[in-house]
Design a binder for this molecule. Structure first.
Ligand code: IPD
Ligand code: CA
Length: 264
């Protein structure tokens, strides 16, 4: 990355520390797969412990900042400005199944705007970072969204709604509509990494409904800082980070892609 700010340095250290522990726990998951009970409780515990260490590290470094995380809920800020947004383990289902694709995601918001983000995949040793105005980075490499315009060569990431989700029928129509027109669609199972991959140009775009702010805060900044666009899938005026109805892609294809998905 460029010169990391003091806040970004705190975020990177917290993500690395939590990830070290998660990697150890991930090694255990394989052994637990064979038991009848499975690894469910073990993984919820690993998730919770990871969030506890991240929250403690962040709050110790910046006691006046607020906090929201997937596992432990919200703390109001004392400075009325800043908030940490944390997903200690994004890609929980992958983790539970021994699939090596998951990450730690930490975002920082200031007056309602995301100003820094970290998405760390310790298995691939990929540290994605972004700061407002300073670009998006993968380790030491500056990121840029893909420049493709031709839908037929584009590769998209998506999220498949869970069984019983109200978003499922619409998603299936979108998939049926988009698949024949593009090069492929992937469901990798960690939304924070999906967005980081859009920033890196690995995916030409990503869409998913019903996401939570901790899934997307850090990744959203990466996409913007890599020159990409974020749009609400359904409502032009809405902020997709707040609504969780996320489309992320490059500027060339945003309009046609949005139209195609809305037609479905
Ligand atoms: C989930 C993952 C998944 C996405 C879900 C999220 P979790 O987060 O990001 O890719 O499809 O919507 O809830 O539960 O693994 O932290
Ligand atoms: Ca998540």
């Amino acid at each position: 990355m460029a010169m990391a700010s003091a806040n970004l340095t705190v975020m990177i250290a917290a993500a690395r520390k939590a990830a070290r522990r998660l990697v150890r726990d991930f090694g255990e998951v394989e052994n637990l797969q064979v038991s009848l009970k499975g690894a469910g409780d073990f993984v919820s515990n690993a998730d919770r412990k990871a969030e506890e260490t991240i929250r403690a590290d962040l709050m110790r470094a910046r006691p006046a900042y607020g906090y929201i995380g997937e596992e432990t809920g919200e703390i109001d800020s004392e400075d009325g400005m800043h908030r940490w947004i944390v997903d200690p383990l994004d890609g929980t289902t992958n983790f539970l199944h021994g699939l090596p694709h998951w990450c730690v995601s930490i975002g920082l918001e200031r007056k309602g705007e995301i100003i820094a983000g970290v998405v760390f995949d310790p298995i691939k040793d990929e540290m994605f970072t972004a700061e407002k105005g300073a670009g998006a980075w993968l380790n030491d490499r500056r990121l840029r969204v893909s420049g493709r315009r031709d839908m037929s060569v584009m590769l998209f990431g998506c999220g498949v709604p869970f069984a019983g989700s109200k978003h499922l029928p619409k998603f299936l129509r979108e998939l049926a509509h988009l698949m024949p027109q593009c090069a492929g669609v992937r469901r990798n199972g960690a939304a924070a990494l999906d967005l980081a991959y859009v920033a890196a140009g690995r995916f030409d775009g990503f869409w998913e409904r019903g996401l939570n702010v901790w899934d997307i805060a850090a990744g959203a900044l990466m996409v913007r800082e890599a020159g990409g666009l974020l749009r609400d899938l359904d409502a032009d005026a809405a902020d997709p980070v707040a609504s969780g109805m996320m489309l992320a892609t490059n500027a060339e294809v945003a309009e046609p892609l949005l139209k195609l998905l809305r037609e479905a």
